[in-house]
Design a protein around this ligand. Structure first.
Ligand code: FES
Length: 107
């Protein structure tokens, strides 16, 4: 089982069964609005998740993420939702700069 808990979105839990599914797809299919300006192509960082727990429960970092890390646009505790696949339980936060204006966050 795959589980994403969104800490600053009232601890919303997103459950999946398939470890081949990106975090972004899981979130969107579960009805969670999540910013993804480039459409999930790894060309922006707006789908960034701040990982609170379970960094080891994600798929390996992708070349796009590695590039953003080298540019200082993606921290060691962050993953791109469109590039990463949860493989177990993870706890994340919506990045402050990519919160959607129509949603109410819990922090
Ligand atoms: S949506 Fe643009 S990098 Fe993920």
């Amino acid at each position: 089982m795959v589980k994403i808990t969104i800490e600053n979105f009232a601890q919303k839990e997103v459950i999946g069964q398939d470890t081949r599914t990106s975090a972004l797809k899981l979130l969107l299919e579960s009805g969670v609005d999540w910013m993804h300006a480039c459409g999930g192509k790894g060309r922006c960082t707006t789908c960034k998740m701040v990982v609170i727990q379970g960094m080891e429960n994600f798929s390996a970092i992708t070349p796009a993420e590695e590039r953003y890390r080298q540019e200082g646009r993606l921290g060691e505790n962050e993953r791109l939702a469109c590039q990463s696949r949860p493989l177990g339980e993870v706890v994340v936060c919506v990045a402050e700069e990519y919160k959607l204006p129509h949603l109410r966050y819990s922090d």
